[in-house]
Design a binder for this molecule. Structure first.
Ligand SMILES: [Zn+2]
Length: 180
């Protein structure tokens, strides 16, 4: 059931027979979800929303694109990333002739990936949610750091030899954020 509220917008109400509690939460798009007991009368629902309005407005205002994922979604991304990213990295390293020591999956939010002087490739788990071509761009970028530990002209030239439209990829990737 969906309630349209003047101030709060769309509120999705889920009736849940296994609970006696009323719970508000934010959807991944920043809308309010409401979980209520199975037989809660409609008028009570309306009154509850009215009475909780200041609190709900505050809750909605806290929404930022960073918390657009639920804990379960983050967990699923984490699992998939650990399964797939090391395999893809290994395959690209072989294809283009790069070496690294080990790969580490990270939740560091400031960058998608890094390459340490010890040869450790660190990759943010949120990569797995990006389109394949952007994942490959990040992996190749980090692999090229095994030869150039900087972002010199020579570094970008080598990146371009594998990903000719890397500038476009960099632009696209700026629309996403690494996962905490
Ligand atoms: Zn770099």
């Amino acid at each position: 059931m969906i309630i349209e509220d003047q101030d709060l917008g769309k509120i999705t109400v889920r009736r849940n027979s296994s609970t006696a509690q009323i719970k508000f939460s934010l959807s991944t798009k920043g809308n309010i979800n409401m979980s209520v007991p199975r037989y809660l009368p409609g008028f009570y629902l309306q009154r509850l929303i009215r009475n909780s309005k200041p609190e709900l407005i505050r809750m909605k205002s806290k929404y930022t694109p960073q918390n657009r994922l639920t804990a379960a979604e983050v967990k699923a991304a984490d699992k998939k990333a650990r399964q797939l990213l090391p395999i893809r990295l290994d395959s690209l390293a072989k294809q283009y002739g790069y070496k690294y020591n080990k790969v580490r999956l990270s939740h560091a939010t400031t960058r998608w990936g890094s390459y340490s002087s010890r040869g450790t490739v660190s990759l943010n788990v949120g990569l797995i949610r990006l389109p394949d071509e952007l994942i490959d761009y990040v992996l190749i970028h980090e692999l090229v750091h095994s030869k150039h530990m900087n972002h010199s002209a020579a570094f970008w030239q080598e990146v371009a030899s594998h990903v000719p439209d890397y500038k476009n990829k960099r632009k696209q990737i700026a629309k996403y954020r690494p996962l905490a």
